[in-house]
Design a protein around this ligand. Structure first.
Ligand SMILES: Cc1cc2nc3c(=O)[nH]c(=O)nc-3n(C[C@H](O)[C@H](O)[C@H](O)COP(=O)(O)OP(=O)(O)OC[C@H]3O[C@@H](n4cnc5c(N)ncnc54)[C@H](O)[C@@H]3O)c2cc1C
Length: 329
């Protein structure tokens, strides 16, 4: 099956790339999105806490108005409705439950993209799979007997996990701590810094208030030295504190990494780190879009929307027969 525009991942970056391809004159059946899971923006749907506010300038990162797609501050539910609305408005073709197993270049210059049950051919492939599948982990070893008590988001944390340690000092750590406290958990926060200078001011203020009100215990300037199993619970020793503490669960909010192992396993090596959007890969005609191409510290939804526009402009100059006159569509 030949596709003019083939996109991996139906998150903000993949959806923006598809919309931009339509604006550049491609019909909906010339564009295909392969999504690993069963929902548009699955990572946001599954990893953001339901109570979370989706913030436009997350991590204080402001995105210029480049894409026609843009969010303002809204709830997670409003964001998911917004994404579903775009899919329906542009009649985007998304194939769910697709796992790519191999990407290779054919002798005729086309890219071959092999999934478990199909092979797709294309001249331009946009990889927009994000980084949320590769959360940064704690740098200490974790006994296998307590590994189930370590979480990378808070969606699966239930009431039985009463006393929780959140590790991190950015916006996610602040949001997790606040939401868990509101849900009735006993929460502590370990951050290697002393001040929350990476957070949005709203999160900074809310966190300081929780500490002041003694609703949040703050282990300031701490690094975890080891985690042991104490009767099935993680017991944490901090380098800087004289005694350790037992928790029912630990949530890490340390950001994400590029899924480099997965990419390498399917035949893709990433090139240089782009300063925000696309970066060259080992295969010509392959573009990285969204978080996967973002600089250290991760991107935002509006930056991901913009990246689809930038990548499509780049692809149109070398790989695609785009029709700029239809751009106002
Ligand atoms: C906890 C947390 C809170 C955040 N809060 C905000 C916020 O309030 N505001 C904001 O602007 N940004 C926020 N961000 C950042 C924002 O979520 C990302 O910048 C944005 O989602 C990046 O979009 P993307 O399309 O590049 O990647 P993603 O949103 O991760 O989308 C990737 C898509 O690809 C799919 N996929 C994954 N692997 C594969 C594969 N192998 N094959 C096919 N498909 C695959 C996924 O299921 C998903 O649908 C937050 C991030 C985190 C982790």
């Amino acid at each position: 099956m030949f596709q003019q525009v083939l996109i991996l991942g139906a998150g903000p970056a993949g959806i923006s790339t598809a919309v931009e391809a339509i604006k550049k004159g491609f019909s909906t059946d010339e564009i295909l999105i392969l999504e690993k899971f069963d929902e548009v923006a699955y990572m946001i749907s599954s990893k953001y806490p339901d109570e979370k506010a989706v913030v436009a300038n997350y991590k204080n990162k402001f995105a210029d108005r480049i894409s026609g797609l843009r969010i303002s501050d809204m709830s997670k539910q409003e964001f998911m409705a917004f994404m579903k609305g775009i899919v329906s408005e542009y009649q985007l073709n998304i194939k769910y439950h697709q796992t790519v197993e191999r990407i290779s270049k054919l002798k005729n210059g086309q890219l071959s993209v092999q999934t478990s049950n199909d092979v797709y051919l294309t001249n331009s492939l946009f990889i927009a799979i994000g980084t949320m599948s590769a959360p940064r982990t704690l740098s200490v070893s974790i006994p296998s007997t307590v590994s189930e008590k370590i979480f990378y988001d808070i969606q699966r944390i239930d009431n039985k996990i009463e006393k929780i340690l959140v590790v991190g000092g950015g916006d996610s750590a602040a949001e997790y701590a606040k939401i868990l406290i509101d849900r009735g958990h006993r929460v502590s926060l370990s951050y290697r810094g002393k001040a929350f200078d990476r957070m949005l001011s709203t999160n900074n203020e809310a966190t300081l208030e929780l500490i002041k009100e003694k609703k949040l215990t703050f282990f300031s300037g701490t690094n975890i030295e080891k985690i042991e199993d104490h009767e099935g619970k993680p017991f944490v020793t901090f380098k800087e504190l004289p005694q350790g503490e037992e928790f029912d669960g630990i949530v890490t909010a340390l950001g994400n990494e590029r899924p480099a192992n997965y990419l390498s396993s399917i035949g893709i090596e990433m090139g240089h780190e782009g300063d925000d959007i696309y970066s060259a890969s080992s295969l010509e005609g392959v573009f990285f879009v969204g978080d996967i191409a973002s600089v250290k510290g991760g991107g935002t939804i509006n930056i991901a929307f913009n990246s689809g526009v930038k990548a499509m402009v780049e692809a149109c100059t070398s790989y695609l027969d785009c029709h700029f006159e239809s751009e106002k569509k």
